[in-house]
Design a protein around this ligand. Structure first.
Ligand code: HAM
Length: 420
């Protein structure tokens, strides 16, 4: 019997896991500075939360959810995204009673039954932020510029930010009926899926990847020409604030998002070098979501970065993350007595924050040195009977070849002196 990881899932092994840790640590520092606190919601929720929050007619709810009945007969779904859960938690815990806006971030796995390919998996990770409780367009600009800054701080270049406004409950219905009329008149040239979308979710036709649909969509009426005054003003302010922060963007009137809760500002950041799955992150306002799932009128805005895609972009741009170093010291031992002493020294060094390794396979000095090499040890020490007798040993820098003698009972001081 041989087991493989389920299709669409990935093991994140070292050294790749160093990259993940680096990204997590670096982004957390920035999120703290922007005053976003961590929220951790369950990995599964009652199915209805996503049906109502994300929308019945979306691809995510229609085709991509991991849904099952638990032993109590309740319908449970592994979270396909984080926003609905965060808003559920916000309402359930009456966070609206605290100082507003509330600013959260989260990192963790999401689950969607999609066709796996480069940059698209069935279990993937998101770094998301949600700023809840304010309509202020300055907050839209904060959220967008934070997303861009997170990527730039990791060293990424050549990112393209697309923004749009997709209106609100006041202006969108009128636009949708104009759009439906237009799409119906080109019905026969749309792909099968889009032909079905005209009634259920016509906005999605606007970002269909099919060539023939794209040609038709070029002449489609634009939401930005049909916004109500409030939405138009809001969008104008968002752009002003982005200009003020010198965040570069492209207004893309055909930009719609795959989840139904969005209102007003919608945005996506792409890196062309990623191929078909080129969206590193997406987000927008969701002023109707709280109403939909909790009956209260509370606005929100946020985004989620796909961490797998972020890491692919770092690799595509050949950006080295400074965390993939080897160990500080490998203690090579000859004989049982030396091993015991070295074992104690290893423990002492580790408790002083040095990354130290020792042999656990009773190997020859040569094989131990090979291990030291494989672990990218910066220093090695060989310890045998003589070293014990004299209480001194020689430490060797594996790159320069330089050697230095030191007293064994001063090993921590010696390492402090040597290791930066
Ligand atoms: P989303 O556009 O569905 O938005 O996903 C956000 C990001 O997650 C995508 O841009 C992509 O990088 C990554 N992603 C999505 N699906 C996959 C997949 N199957 N494999 C790998 N990466 C994937 C949301 O999820 C919203 N909750 C974002 C948001 C937060 N809006 C407001 N607040």
């Amino acid at each position: 019997m041989k087991f493989n990881a389920p299709r669409g899932t990935n093991d994140i092994l070292p050294p790749a896991s160093f990259k993940w840790q680096y990204v997590e640590q670096k982004t957390k520092e920035i999120l703290l500075a922007y005053n976003y606190d961590e929220i951790r919601t369950p990995l599964f929720e009652y199915t209805e939360l996503f049906q109502r929050g994300i929308g019945e007619a979306t691809d995510v709810v229609e085709k991509e959810m991991y849904t099952f009945e638990d032993k109590g007969g309740r319908s449970i779904t592994l979270r396909p995204e984080g926003t609905a859960s965060v808003m559920r938690s916000y309402m359930e815990n009456k966070i609206y009673g605290q100082a507003q806006p509330t600013k959260y971030f989260y990192m963790g796995p999401m689950f969607r039954y999609e066709r796996p390919q480069a940059g698209r998996s069935r279990q993937f990770n998101q770094l998301g932020v949600e700023a809840i409780g304010s309509h202020d367009p300055a907050l839209d600009a904060e959220v967008i510029s934070l997303g861009i800054y997170l990527l730039e701080a990791l060293g990424l270049n050549d990112l393209e930010l697309y923004i749009n406004s997709i209106g609100c409950v006041e202006c969108r219905p009128a636009y949708i009926s104009i759009l439906k009329k237009f799409l119906n008149s080109h019905h026969e040239k749309l792909c099968d899926e889009c032909a079905l979308r005209i009634d259920k979710n016509p906005l999605r036709v606007l970002d269909c990847k099919n060539k023939s649909c794209q040609t038709i969509v070029e002449d489609a009426p634009l939401i930005t020409d049909h916004l109500c005054n409030d939405c138009e003003d809001h969008f104008a302010e968002v752009k002003k604030y982005l200009d003020f922060l010198e965040v570069e963007y492209i207004v893309l009137p055909s930009l719609v998002r795959g989840l139904d809760y969005y209102t007003n500002t919608a945005f996506e950041v792409k890196y062309a070098g990623l191929g078909a799955q080129d969206t590193i992150f997406g987000g927008g306002r969701y002023n109707g979501l709280a109403q939909e799932i909790g009956g209260r009128d509370i606005p929100g805005i946020g985004f989620a970065i796909g961490i797998e895609r972020l890491i692919l972009t770092l690799e595509a741009q050949d950006i080295k993350l400074g965390a993939e170093n080897g160990i500080d010291l490998y203690l090579t031992v000859i004989g049982d007595k030396a091993k015991k002493v070295a074992f104690g020294l290893t423990d002492e060094l580790r408790k002083n924050n040095f990354r130290v390794e020792i042999d656990y396979l009773d190997r020859s000095v040569r094989s131990q040195m090979k291990s030291a090499d494989r672990m990218n040890a910066e220093y090695t020490i060989i310890m045998g009977e003589d070293e014990l007798k004299n209480n001194t040993a020689t430490i060797r820098n594996m790159v320069s070849g330089e050697e230095a003698e030191f007293k064994l009972d001063r090993i921590v001081d010696k390492m402090k002196e040597l290791v930066d």
